[in-house]
Ligand binder design. Structure first.
Ligand code: FAD
Length: 393
């Protein structure tokens, strides 16, 4: 059974596969996406913080450059996406406040502030009283905080839905099925075989294949061992509460906190949704919501914002962050000609959506990775495969 040929076939219709498909189609390529449920994936769980500055971590300086580049693209990216689709993405330029509850937490936040300043990033140290002036629902025990006016948020569910519409309008073809196996003809990736759905068994031909399967990116059969994406799932449990009208606004900006060593965040949407996250668990593909996960999130949030226990708890959910060994994405060609990766975005996939679209569209149309994306080439985890790739270039 054979279906049509396309220039680019994207395996995975999460936000990363979708933005790749949309941007490639805008550049004139014929594009198809394979996914049983495009617009699903981790974006259905993610909080949507665009936190390049407040999530800075030691050892992630290279990733910082890509995060900042994507944060800068966001306003124009959202404006274009909303205008093309007529859909609201819930983008809010509301800023972020990171606070500490005890002296250890405060010391850690001070350390983050120093790192941000050394990295040339903008953030302002506030006393506990200044934090409460900004966010009056905060507990009196807050010891200090960091104000980051440049870290914003978007609603990832709406972002994913808008990207599906944008793809449809750009002529991207959707195959609502699992890709079961990569097809390799000669020494090239040549397409995939579908594993389920009405087109089960169909062989889709493509000039180039992009694996954007999130935490499943390393599981596609038929991929040669030395180019399999080294990506694993990192589970995150998230709660959604609703702020009823009399409470609004409960919070005016994204709130992040160290609460006695554990990390939580609260992201207030304009529609009254309040997202509380997130656990970080190495448990394979398990997506069970556990009593312990919910308890810990609510316990820490209650210490920070005592009024939170009055709010209706409307949803509990767990999702999987697609995580690479260095927490940075894998973007661009592999050592198998015709096969690319766009995966491994870990906790920054929403933030990195605009820049991933730009990078992948450039690679797919020119064969070249833009300079700012070279540190994220998949070959960094496989020097032998990388050497083979250079021979082909
Ligand atoms: C709890 C949590 C909180 C987060 N918070 C944030 C945040 O605040 N800010 C931020 O920037 N990021 C955040 N993230 C990270 C972000 O959500 C992810 O990095 C991003 O959504 C990954 O997108 P993706 O398209 O690569 O993968 P996914 O969303 O996992 O999508 C992959 C898609 O590929 C499909 N697929 C896989 N294999 C196949 C196959 N063989 N055939 C067909 N289809 C296939 C799947 O069905 C799925 O739809 C969070 C993630 C979690 C879990």
């Amino acid at each position: 059974m054979r279906s049509s040929h396309t220039d680019v076939l994207v395996v995975g219709g999460g936000i990363i596969g979708l933005v790749t498909a949309w941007r490639a189609a805008q550049r004139g390529l014929g594009v198809a996406v394979v996914d049983p449920e495009p617009g699903g994936g981790a974006a259905l769980v993610a909080a949507g913080m665009l936190a390049a500055v407040s999530e800075l971590d030691h050892g992630e300086q290279t990733l910082l450059g890509l995060n900042i580049a994507s944060a800068r693209l966001y306003p124009d990216f959202v404006a274009e996406l909303e205008s093309v689709t007529g859909r609201d993405t819930g983008y809010r330029a509301c800023g972020t406040l990171a606070v500490a509850l005890d002296s250890d937490d405060r010391a850690q936040l001070r350390e983050l502030h120093a790192l941000q300043r050394r990295s040339g990033l903008e953030s302002e140290w506030l006393t506990g009283r200044e934090c409460r002036r900004l966010e009056p629902m905060l507990a009196p025990g807050v010891r200090g905080g960091l104000r980051v006016d440049g870290d914003h948020q978007i609603d990832p569910r709406r972002l994913a839905a808008a990207l599906v519409t944008a793809c449809e309008r750009a002529g991207v073809v959707f195959h609502r099925a699992w890709a079961g196996r990569l097809r390799v003809v000669g020494d090239r990736a040549a397409g995939v075989t579908l594993a389920g759905g009405p087109e089960r068994g169909a062989e889709l031909d493509a000039g180039q294949v992009v694996i954007a399967g999130g935490s499943l990116s390393g599981r596609l059969a038929g991929v040669p061992d030395d180019v399999v994406a080294p990506v694993r799932p990192v589970k995150g449990q998230v709660l959604r509460l609703t702020v009823p009208r009399p409470y609004a606004p409960f919070l005016s900006r994204t709130l992040r906190a160290e609460v006695r060593g554990s990390h939580i965040y609260l992201v207030p949407r304009e529609n009254g949704e309040l997202v509380l996250g997130a656990t970080s668990e190495e448990l394979g593909w398990d997506t069970t919501v556990t009593a312990g996960g919910v308890y810990e999130l609510l316990r820490d949030a209650h210490e920070l914002l005592p009024g939170i226990t009055e709010l209706p708890l409307t949803e509990t959910r767990a999702g999987l962050r697609p995580t690479s060994p260095d927490n940075a994405p894998l973007l661009g060609p592999t050592a198998l000609p015709g096969l690319h990766l766009a995966t491994g975005h870990h906790r920054n996939g929403v933030l990195l959506t605009p820049v991933t679209g730009r990078v992948m569209a450039t690679v797919l149309t020119t064969g070249e990775l833009p300079d700012d994306a070279r540190p994220f080439a998949p070959g960094r985890f496989s020097p032998a495969a990388s050497a083979r790739l250079e021979q082909h270039a």
